[in-house]
Write a protein of this length. Structure first.
Length: 62
């Protein structure tokens, strides 16, 4: 088992060396960083959610 781990570590070291040879650089990323999804939007308006003057309210609902 220890021999297999050593082989894996050697292969990983070789990959890291190859990356350096190609000019790749290491970028540290914060583990808590994530993308936040946007809420879905829609054009439907509930009449009970519209507050204001009656004429304007009717125009918005239509």
């Amino acid at each position: 088992m220890a021999h297999q781990i050593k082989e894996i570590r050697d292969r990983l070291d070789k990959v890291a060396a190859d990356g350096t040879g190609f000019g790749l650089v290491r970028i540290n990323v914060e583990p808590g960083l994530h993308m936040q999804r946007r809420e879905y939007t829609y054009s439907h308006v509930e009449a009970s959610n519209v507050i204001g003057r009656e004429n304007d309210k009717e125009a918005i609902i239509k």
